[in-house]
Design a protein around this ligand. Structure first.
Ligand code: HEC
Length: 149
């Protein structure tokens, strides 16, 4: 099989995964998330836990996301806080996957679901696993020095 076919197959597979997960979290595609999915760190899809995947997640996050969301994940002038517990579009892993893959049209959050220009599904899972570590770090930091507001 030539390489063109292989990349088309990869694209097709990613689109199928996006479609399947989109079906799981239909609400997260259409409207902002239900109140019960706006807080917390529920992993309703399996995220990688091994060090190699987390390193990929960190590397991809720093290359593609930190520009807006900051390397701490705590948000800057043009990206919201991902290390926080409050998520507008859903904080379950499937909702975050949908946000990253399809973007949130009408906002600055672009779509990364095309593996040629964005992230593969595996890289996206690794990035979400890395975002969970940023959330855990913020929880630990907030315990040491509770936010003033
Ligand atoms: C050009 C700036 C920019 C880049 C780059 C970017 N984002 Fe975003 N992202 C945003 C903005 C702005 C929002 C808020 C969208 C809105 O108004 O609801 C957002 C929202 C999100 C949300 C939803 C947060 C919520 O409250 O539900 C997630 C998850 C997210 N981004 C993850 C990522 C990841 C992962 C990457 C890298 C692969 C990334 N973003 C790259 C700007 C960016």
């Amino acid at each position: 099989m030539n390489s063109l076919n292989v990349s088309w197959l990869k694209l097709l597979r990613s689109l199928l995964i996006v479609a399947a997960l989109g079906g799981l979290g239909l609400a997260s595609f259409s409207a902002t998330a239900e109140e019960d999915d706006r807080h917390g760190m529920v992993n309703d899809i399996d995220l990688p836990t091994d060090a190699a995947s987390l390193a990929i997640g960190e590397e991809r996050y720093k290359a593609r996301c930190a520009y807006c969301h900051l390397s701490s994940g705590r948000g800057g002038s043009s990206g919201v806080c991902l290390a926080c517990q409050k998520y507008k579009w859903g904080s379950k892993a499937s909702a975050i996957f949908a946000t990253i893959s399809a973007g949130r049209p009408g906002t600055k959050m672009g779509a990364f679901g095309n593996p040629e220009t964005g992230l593969t599904a595996e890289q996206t899972f690794a990035v979400i696993a890395y975002i969970r570590t940023l959330q855990e770090k913020k929880i630990a930091d907030d315990k040491l020095a509770p936010p003033q507001n």
